[in-house]
Ligand binder design. Structure first.
Ligand SMILES: [Zn+2]
Length: 108
């Protein structure tokens, strides 16, 4: 496919166009109404992007979202997603050291 993959799967960031492993990037897909959806399981075409404001801005400037996702993406959606993926992950509250991979039996 893209060739040159020595260390597992690689994806290209639509912002800076550098390749990185999927774990370093955020996958975006297009929502029904020109919005953007974060998630690896979202069906349809995906666009990969660093969680970096510079990459978001660059991708927006070049209309890379629309190209990668084959459809118009609203500017407001890009802005919103930019804020979402670049938000610091270590928020003081709402985040614990508990491993997220482990499913909690009942969480209600
Ligand atoms: Zn990038």
């Amino acid at each position: 496919m893209d060739g040159g993959d020595r260390v597992g799967p690689r994806r290209t960031c639509i912002g800076c166009r550098r390749t990185a492993t999927p774990s370093e990037l955020v996958r975006l897909a297009r929502g029904d109404d020109g919005s953007l959806v974060i998630g690896r399981r979202h069906p349809g075409r995906g666009a990969w992007l660093h969680p970096d404001p510079a990459c978001v801005a660059e991708a927006g400037r070049r209309r890379a979202f629309g190209r990668a996702l084959r459809g118009d993406i609203r500017a407001a959606a890009i802005e919103a997603i930019g804020e979402e993926i670049t938000a610091p992950t270590g928020t003081p509250e709402g985040r614990t050291d508990a491993p997220r991979a482990r499913a909690t039996p009942t969480d209600s």
